[in-house]
Design a binder for this molecule. Structure first.
Ligand code: ADP
Ligand code: MG
Length: 390
């Protein structure tokens, strides 16, 4: 109970920091908004219409700030390599609202642009990760903007687990700080899932690497009714329970003995191998690979999800990009059919749901993969906390 009280206080605090609370007082305000529009581009180097979900989610906040007559500079990162550009993201945005692109952070070039901004103007900046200072949390490359800005908005929930300059060091140097509309919604929805009572509460995890999924599983063991595992994650626990897993992918970097001993954790009972053949999980031959969950597992997992009160899913149940997508589709469909609360997140997982056209049957699709998992574990994120602690 006390835990849920802490949660509702954190939620209330976040809602008090919602930028919408400032409506009517933002005209002419000079502000920086950090967004996460990181998107995998098509072969033509442009935003694919099916991959635009992250960009879509920041539009309401940009529209709000524009209508309020603020002067808005937008910061974002793109891709993994510093050479990558936010220009294709800007091109996509520019078809939806008036916004200009600014490639240079140098004072001589940026200052004149800033001084000519009018109320309601939006400027989209080049990739912040062009500067080594970004990942080192050294904001000196942002000095011109720091000298200019009066207000900072974090609308980058999905990047807020990173201690980077534009997310952590920068907001501390700006007088006023707020959260974007989507950021507040993310906190509301994740807190809602956490606050459900144990009975009927289900966590579904797949994918390849344990990383933050292990701390999440360990935290949820006493809080969830069922934890359904798939993907290569399940292989590690199968192995720890003494099953042969042949040549299957397995993350051996963590100690999963505690998971192997728990009744809350369910594992696949049958599987699909590299020939598409189905067999019981107790019969994985030395030369074989577990690449997806089989139909009996799907039925078992479906039953639990359909009758559950709240389900959260992250990570594919099989090697879906190789066509082993049946297990993931079963989870997506079962969640769509469930009358309980349904929430999901992460790039791979969202792709499956969007491809199946099931997005409207979910209560919430988080923009965060890593950020969502980290929020669930710590019930806070480093960059979010900078906003809340002011
Ligand atoms: P997420 O991106 O959802 O956080 P991960 O990055 O941990 O999840 O893993 C996603 C990857 O896991 C996908 O590329 C998927 O193909 C792979 N994967 C899932 N199940 C298997 C499996 N049984 N064998 C091999 N790869 C798998
Ligand atoms: Mg991944």
């Amino acid at each position: 109970m006390e835990q849920n009280q802490k949660r509702s206080e954190y939620l209330k605090h976040s809602q008090e920091k919602d930028i919408r609370t400032q409506a009517g007082s933002l005209t002419g305000k000079r502000m920086i908004i950090r967004v996460d529009t990181n998107t995998s581009l098509g072969e033509d180097g442009k935003v694919d219409p099916g991959e635009d979900w992250r960009i879509q989610r920041i539009l309401p906040t940009l529209e709000f700030l524009r209508n309020e007559g603020a002067k808005v500079v937008v910061l974002a990162h793109q891709g993994r390599k510093p050479e990558e550009s936010t220009y294709p993201i800007w091109e996509y945005l520019a078809e939806r609202l008036p916004v200009s692109f600014q490639g240079s952070y140098e004072r001589e070039k940026l200052e004149p642009v800033l001084s000519q901004m009018e109320n309601g103007d939006l400027i989209f900046m080049e990739n912040v990760r062009r500067f080594p200072g970004e990942k080192e949390n050294d904001p000196s490359y942002l000095q011109t903007l720091i000298d200019w800005a009066e207000l900072y908005v974090n609308e980058a929930f999905s990047a807020s687990h990173r201690k980077h300059a534009s997310l952590v060091a920068l907001p501390k140097l700006i007088p006023e700080r707020y959260l974007g509309i989507q950021h507040v919604r993310e906190i509301e929805e994740l807190m809602r899932f956490l606050s459900f009572p144990k009975q009927g509460k289900t966590l579904v995890l797949g994918g390849a690497k344990f990383g933050t999924k292990l701390p999440l599983i360990e935290k949820m063991l006493p809080e969830a009714d069922h934890i359904l595992l798939g993907g290569a994650l399940a292989n590690a626990v199968l192995k720890a329970r003494g099953f042969a897993i042949g040549k299957s992918l397995v993350d051996d970097s963590v100690d999963v003995r505690k998971l192997a001993e728990s009744d809350t954790i369910l594992l696949p009972i049958d599987y699909v191998d590299e020939h598409g053949d189905i067999a019981p999980i107790s019969q994985v031959g030395e030369e074989h690979m577990i690449l997806d969950t089989g139909p009996e597992t799907e039925e078992l997992y479906r039953r639990i999800i359909r009758s559950g009160s709240a389900t959260l899913w992250n990570g594919p149940m099989g090697k879906y990009e190789g066509g082993y997508v049946s297990g993931s589709i079963a989870i997506a469909e079962a969640m769509a059919e469930s009358k309980g609360y349904r929430i999901t997140g992460g790039g791979d997982t969202s792709t499956v749901i969007l491809e199946q056209g099931l997005e409207d049957d979910f209560d919430f699709i988080s923009t965060g993969g890593g950020a969502m998992l980290e929020f669930l574990v710590h019930e806070s994120l480093p960059a979010t906390n900078i906003i809340l602690s002011s």
